[in-house]
Design a binder for this molecule. Structure first.
Ligand SMILES: [Zn+2]
Ligand SMILES: [Zn+2]
Ligand SMILES: [Zn+2]
Length: 187
């Protein structure tokens, strides 16, 4: 028996929306839809494009997934599981974990080991298949500790010695990011 609940939102306010969704999850109601008719045009087209991105990766855009993806899209830096839990404090932690794994498996997001001890993630470009040739450089800031995708800089092809087979590459640069550079005196 499937229960469909239409949840009307006035504006796409992530905090309110996540609270409502948590209540629905707690009541064991997992099949609900968000009625976007009451949402402003800009927010509606934003949600629609996020929904299409999920569909393109073969992910069924449930409300919770859409909410988590909206939150990810709003972050200007790579995020860890803990970062998402903090942003979505009302959403069940195992739901966040499962969604993150699903997104990763379906190549919606890629993982980054920036040496901080926790794996970070970032949203892939629409055409990214996460192959070695498509990988880009990441930048970890020593000051704010944030990690950024430098998508315009691809990892140079490296000639390996004979019989070495390449599986993955992790290229992380460390330094001071754009936002923090104003605090640092340059010569
Ligand atoms: Zn990718
Ligand atoms: Zn910084
Ligand atoms: Zn990246």
């Amino acid at each position: 028996m499937v229960t469909y609940i239409t949840y009307k939102v006035q504006t796409v306010n992530i905090t309110n929306l996540s609270k409502e969704i948590t209540i629905l999850i707690q009541k064991n109601i997992s099949n609900f839809t968000i009625d976007l008719n009451s949402v402003t045009n800009t927010d509606r087209s934003k949600m629609k494009s996020l929904e299409e991105k999920l569909l393109k990766r073969g992910i069924k855009p449930t409300s919770v997934r859409l909410l988590i993806f909206t939150t990810m899209s709003g972050l200007q830096k790579a995020f860890s599981l803990t970062d998402l839990e903090t942003e979505l404090e009302t959403v069940n932690k195992s739901t966040i974990f499962r969604t993150l794994s699903l997104f990763h498996e379906n190549l919606l997001i890629h993982s980054i080991d920036d040496g901080s001890g926790s794996i970070k993630y970032s949203i892939c470009s629409d055409t990214c298949m996460c192959t070695v040739g498509e990988l880009h450089v990441h930048f970890n800031c020593n000051r704010c500790k944030n990690t950024y995708c430098l998508e315009s800089i691809s990892i140079p092809a490296i000639q390996l010695p004979e019989k070495f087979l390449l599986d993955s590459v992790n290229f992380v640069m460390k330094g001071i990011c754009k936002d923090c550079s104003r605090f640092v005196k340059t010569k």
